[in-house]
Design a protein around this ligand. Structure first.
Ligand code: ADP
Ligand code: CIR
Length: 357
């Protein structure tokens, strides 16, 4: 873009305003004047500018991160901003690193986190996939959403055995059913303001939906934050069982759909926090003693590279002492290592909670 382009002027005004605002986001920390000046005139091959990358964080100063990739090329064009954010979020992933090849490991080695059922209410592991040949959310047309939904639905319809299920389009779903699925932790919420500001909710509910098996232990979100979110979940702490189902599902779906990978960042996602393995392995668990001092609780979780979220997901509160504890980093280590990191950290929290009781 020419420095006199109207879009550069708008960016400059927005950046000046952002400078006055208090924000703990990684965007605020890493979008220095120098980085801003380097990037403000850049455009990706799909026409995305720095504004498309940062507008969610500008509009939501309470963002933890504050940026998204409007298209695959953005990770390279705006690397002066993405790289330091990615390196900080994914701890230890430095500028020389390349994400390793896929390695699921051996699910049976993970075991049960809480065989006596004292702490863990449920276990969930999700991963994200972008479908090769389709743009990311802000650059998708309505036709892309509808076409991709059909492609995903067709691939899922061929699943068999435990993975066999039904696809429910959001367009056809009544509001009560939708709300019940959200309340039961199966479905994504609607109108997420971080995604909204990133231009990721366009044409809603076109092309959006959910697939699940009868037991609701295997689910797929279609065209929400990412093209696909594949989810395995069940009551209790049997991490082996949950992980083994996810591995089976992803392996089967991959036979039908080609996923996009970034040469350095592994599986491609819309949010830089999800790159690499894209795995978030979590428990819903009660830690009544440890969480009495919430600041200390999150500090301990951090020591094991774990993240604490509220009961209804990111940006929500813990209800009745139930927290969502998951691995924080997803990039720079293998699938096996990510899930082991979550396992070891949760086992340690359980040990410490027991000592306090
Ligand atoms: P995601 O993990 O897909 O990035 P969220 O943090 O928004 O996104 O969580 C999505 C949903 O999954 C929420 O309803 C959340 O409560 C639910 N969830 C997460 N972990 C668990 C778990 N271990 N057991 C049950 N539900 C869970
Ligand atoms: C934020 O910046 O808070 C939102 N854009 C969501 C970021 C994803 N968070 C995460 O920790 N994985």
């Amino acid at each position: 873009m020419n420095p006199n382009d109207e879009r550069v002027k708008i960016l400059e005004q927005a950046y000046a305003q952002f400078a006055q605002i208090d924000s703990k986001s990684l965007l605020k920390k890493h979008l220095t004047q120098q980085v801003f000046d380097t990037l403000k005139t850049r455009v990706t091959n799909s026409g995305s500018t720095l504004m498309d990358v940062i507008q969610s964080g500008l509009k939501n100063p309470d963002s933890g991160i504050g940026l998204y990739a409007p298209d695959q090329h953005a990770y390279d064009v705006f690397s002066a901003l993405f790289n330091p954010v990615i390196e900080e979020y994914h701890i230890n992933f430095t500028s020389d690193d390349v994400h390793p090849d896929l390695d699921w490991g051996v699910p049976e080695q993970l075991g049960d986190l809480d065989p006596e059922g004292q702490f863990v209410i449920s276990t969930r592991i999700r991963c994200a996939r972008s479908v090769n040949g389709y743009p990311l959310n802000p650059t998708m047309t309505e036709a892309h959403y509808i076409d991709l939904e059909a492609k995903i639905q067709q691939a899922l319809n061929s699943l068999e055995g435990e993975l066999k299920g039904t696809y429910y389009s959001l367009v056809l779903m009544d509001k009560e059913t939708q709300q019940q699925l959200i309340d039961d932790h199966f479905l994504f919420k609607e109108g997420d303001r971080f995604l909204e500001a990133a231009n990721a909710n366009r044409f809603w509910p076109s092309g959006r939906g959910i697939f699940f098996n009868d037991m609701k232990t295997f689910l797929v979100w279609c065209n929400e934050e990412d093209h696909m979110r594949l989810i395995s979940m069940e009551k209790g702490g049997n991490l082996s069982s949950v992980y083994s189902r996810l591995v089976k599902a992803v392996t089967e779906v991959e036979k039908k759909i080609r996923f996009s990978r970034h040469r350095r960042f592994g599986f491609l996602t819309f949010c830089p926090t999800n790159l690499g393995t894209t795995i978030r392995a979590s428990v819903h668990a009660r830690f009544p003693k440890l969480s009495e001092d919430y600041a200390r609780f999150t500090e301990i979780a951090n020591m094991y590279n774990l993240q604490v979220r509220g009961t209804r997901g990111e940006h929500t509160e813990g209800e009745e002492g139930v927290y969502d504890i998951s691995n924080k980093r997803r990039l720079g280590l293998t699938e096996r290592e990510v899930v082991f990191e979550m396992r070891n950290g949760v086992l340690e929290l359980i040990k410490q909670e027991k000592q306090l009781q």
